[in-house]
Unconditional design. Structure first.
Length: 300
């Protein structure tokens, strides 16, 4: 079994190297933590990278106000367990301060405007590098990212003007006001993440395991019952056995019908899946280049 998963050790070593390189090159990094499996894996890798010392950077959660309660509970437990510093950047506060405008209607989501909150948080705390859990296999815009992804003074990303990364040499030079997004899991796949979670016995929110939940179907996607979405005619609540492949804002994160209640069953399910994990994310379906457009505006 170890031989079969030996590539996970190589991916882990690469991620540890990138985290240590970031800590060496930048003054004040931060780890963007959503409570999802990728950010949880990043925390686990960071604990290994700097052990026996504490992680030398804070966690920042961009809170849309539309999170699953299970995600928030898990976040708080993780922070307390490892004695980590947590910074919460609130989208609701951005709205209250007039910096962002809440969308209206049945398809409203805060996923786009959280970029404003993210950039404000980076500026407020003086972060010059932000770890993100993006992987190249997730979505075509993600595939264009480098490990060290430069952002200009407005937090914008230019996919056509990225710096080359040869022989594990990373260029972190920047001007005042600019920062970098760092993606230590870039070369991982969804399968790698699940196999690593199983191998390392990493705790994850119970949302990832099959459970009974009241859901409704909208355009082929199952959404959990929540107070933030207005159901349309014909969108009736039914109880199904579901789980989530990705966790985010409740208004744009769909569930999948699944009986996978253990990590081994999830690995088997992912191996046979024909839809990507972001196939249930409504925010990615708004346009053909939805993700790339958001990333250019400062999104993760």
């Amino acid at each position: 079994m170890y031989y079969a998963l030996r590539h996970l050790d190589e991916l882990e070593s690469e991620a540890i190297f990138i985290m240590r390189e970031t800590a060496a090159q930048f003054q004040k990094p931060v780890l963007l933590f959503s409570g999802g499996k990728d950010s949880i894996v990043m925390v686990h890798v960071a604990l290994k990278a700097f052990w026996p010392a504490k992680i030398p950077f804070a966690l920042m959660h961009v809170d849309t106000g539309h999170n699953f309660q299970e995600t928030l509970d898990f976040r708080d437990q993780l922070v307390e367990k490892h004695g980590l510093e947590l910074i919460i950047a609130s989208v609701q506060q951005s709205i209250d301060e007039g910096k962002a405008v809440d969308e209206k209607g049945p398809y409203a989501s805060r996923n786009t405007i959280q970029s404003i909150t993210l950039l404000d948080g980076i500026e407020k705390h003086g972060f010059d590098a932000a770890f993100g859990g993006g992987r190249r296999d997730e979505e075509k815009a993600r595939a264009k990212e480098r490990f060290f992804s430069h952002r200009d003074e407005f937090g914008q990303w230019d996919p056509k003007n990225q710096r080359p990364e040869l022989w594990n040499l990373f260029n972190g030079k920047k001007n005042i006001g600019e920062h970098f997004r760092i993606f230590p899991l870039s070369n991982w796949t969804e399968m790698d993440v699940w196999q690593y979670i199983a191998k390392e016995h990493i705790d994850i929110p119970n949302l990832y395991y099959s459970h009974k939940r009241k859901v409704f179907n909208r355009k082929g996607v199952w959404y959990a019952e929540n107070e933030f979405m207005t159901r349309l005619d014909g969108e009736e609540l039914v109880e199904k056995i579901v789980r989530f492949r990705t966790i985010g804002d409740m208004t744009c994160t769909g569930a999948v019908l699944s009986e996978a209640s253990t990590l081994s069953e999830i690995v088997q399910e992912v191996a046979s899946a024909r839809i990507t994990e972001r196939g249930t994310r409504a925010d990615d379906k708004r346009s053909e280049a939805a993700m790339e457009e958001r990333k250019k505006q400062g999104y993760f």
